[in-house]
Design a protein. Structure first.
Length: 532
């Protein structure tokens, strides 16, 4: 099922979902490998679920969001995995009216007849977006009879018992990487211990113990990863950083490797960076409409600074990449200086910091200014020299995007002043400050409701905050996750929550900062519960 450009124009530009200019730019960039809808989504011009509702309405089929559907394993497996993958179809519900299936092409009558014949049920077709179906297909991996973790354990156990020459190190490393990717892990930790080596995955911001590797295999696994990352295999007493790339399914995954010597041996941390499946878009950041408008107003200016702030691992760089994806057009020259380059973006000149050649943020930024840039991305403002050059660049007709380590948006000002930037320069150059956290959200698959009295809630949250956000209710209905295979029995999934402070010179930021500060303190004590 393919819609023509004219149909897309009528569906998107006519009702005002996107502008004529943005639509024409996306059409010029569209190819057979990257069709028009993918371009629109990658640029953040429209949200995936919004696009899905528009297409479903045009086709005359109901729309379903599979990420919010509870799919039982016995229902999912009515359609074999091979068929589901080839035809992009998911069986997601079954009741007395029959079987409900979601398809990327709900007009495919042959496939619907096949499913009806195989299941013996009446089949109702729903439309789901390609990205939503791709995410749902991973549930087959979570529900297979022999889980991937068990397979890993068997491989490592067999390797530990076999002759040294027969240890399948390549397969072990590949299995660990593939399992981490399938479970949406951001980091892989391989930690040597006294009697064995522990493999842990960071999933949704929390570390999970996955696998114990026999002690005699740890050094061999480290050597294998060093070879892949082009690091020195004979160096065991100093830290090393490298990068490797693997292909999983249809995705090329860049893996950043850090190896440091600890008492028990060499510890490895590998960060998985997948530009195709892991990239966040502005609509994914949890901002309300007012904050999203501030961000767009900030980066649509031809000069000034847009800063993403927050602690390590809160998604600052991902937020800036989401903005860069929107700004990346043929008529603009975009350059970046990063340490490291996390995602390769076609059309952007990305420079990797290299301390050995004295290519620092400051020196690289000076060089970029001689390259006639329109937009500059500085991976991180770390020192006063980099801060000074960035501010001067923002004053001289360049749009500068960067990240800064601060606790919230408000402390960005004293942080820049501490770097010897004059207050009047900050006020005249900083367009927008984004403060964000990586918080846990209740898993939609296992969410249940509970009633909590105000007195019970008051044990963890102060009464003024309860009154402010909940009113005079004495009994509240809250939600919490029971734990399921989708969320790894935690009851939560990770989501980036962002608050924005903008228009510094006009003084519109005070309330935003104050509300954000209160909510940041409120969220951990509520421990992820959602008010109804």
């Amino acid at each position: 099922m393919e819609l023509t450009t004219d149909i897309w124009h009528d569906l998107l530009v006519g009702p005002g979902h996107i502008t004529e200019a943005n639509f024409k730019t996306a059409v010029l960039e569209a190819t057979a490998a990257r069709p028009l809808p993918e371009i629109l989504l990658d640029k953040g011009l429209i949200a995936d679920d919004q696009l899905g509702q528009i297409v479903a309405g045009h086709l005359g089929f109901p729309f379903v969001r599979l990420t919010q559907a509870t799919i039982l394993p016995e229902v999912l497996h009515i359609v074999p995995e091979v068929v589901a993958t080839r035809q992009q179809v998911i069986a997601f519900s079954k009741d007395k009216t029959g079987l409900k299936v979601a398809l990327v092409d709900p007009t495919n009558k042959e496939e619907l007849e096949f499913i009806a014949k195989k299941s013996g049920d009446q089949v109702t077709a729903y439309y789901a977006t390609p990205r939503d179906v791709a995410g749902a297909l991973r549930r087959y991996e979570k529900d297979i009879q022999k889980s991937f973790s068990e397979l890993l354990t068997e491989e490592v156990t067999a390797a530990g018992q076999g002759p040294a020459g027969e240890v399948p190190l390549a397969k072990i490393v590949d299995l660990i990487s593939e399992y981490a990717y399938a479970n949406k892990a951001s980091d892989i930790h391989i930690e040597p211990r006294a009697k064995d080596s522990l493999v842990r995955f960071r999933i949704d911001g929390v570390l999970h113990d996955i696998l114990n590797i026999p002690k005699n295999l740890h050094d061999q696994v480290v050597t294998r990863i060093k070879v892949l990352a082009k690091l020195r295999t004979d160096e065991h007493l100093s830290a090393q950083d490298g990068k490797l790339q693997i292909k999983i399914e249809q995705d090329k995954v860049d893996i950043r490797v850090s190896i440091v010597p600890i008492v028990a041996g060499e510890k490895i941390v590998m960060r998985l960076l997948s530009s195709h499946t892991r990239q966040l878009f502005l609509t994914d950041l949890g901002m309300n409409a007012a904050d999203l408008a501030k961000v767009k107003a900030g980066f649509n200016k031809p000069y000034g600074m847009v800063l993403a702030t927050g602690p390590t691992g809160s998604g600052k760089t991902s937020s800036i990449y989401a903005i860069l994806t929107i700004l990346n057009t043929r008529e603009k020259n975009i350059a970046s200086i990063e340490d490291p380059v996390e995602y390769d973006i076609e059309g952007i000149n990305q420079i990797q910091v290299n301390a050995k050649t004295n290519l620092t943020f400051a020196h690289g930024l000076r060089s970029i200014l001689r390259q006639d840039p329109d937009i500059i991305f500085v991976g991180e403002i770390r020192d006063k020299e980099t801060a000074g050059i960035a501010v001067n660049s923002a004053m001289t007709g360049h749009l500068v995007l960067s990240t800064l380590h601060t606790n919230n948006a408000a402390t960005t000002l004293p942080r820049l002043i501490d770097m010897e930037i004059e207050p009047f320069l900050i006020a005249s150059t900083v367009n927008t400050i984004i403060a964000q956290r990586l918080v846990r959200k209740i898993c939609e698959q296992c969410r249940t409701s509970v009633k909590v009295t105000e007195s019970v809630l008051a044990k963890t949250v102060s009464l003024p905050l309860i009154k402010k956000y909940l009113g005079s209710k004495k009994e509240l209905r809250l939600y919490q996750g029971k734990g399921c295979a989708v969320c790894h029995q935690t009851g939560y999934v990770a989501v980036v929550e962002a608050g924005v402070a903008g228009d510094l010179a006009r003084g519109h930021h005070h309330r935003t900062w104050r509300d954000l500060s209160e909510l940041v303190h409120l969220e951990p004590r509520l421990h992820g519960r959602v008010f109804h």
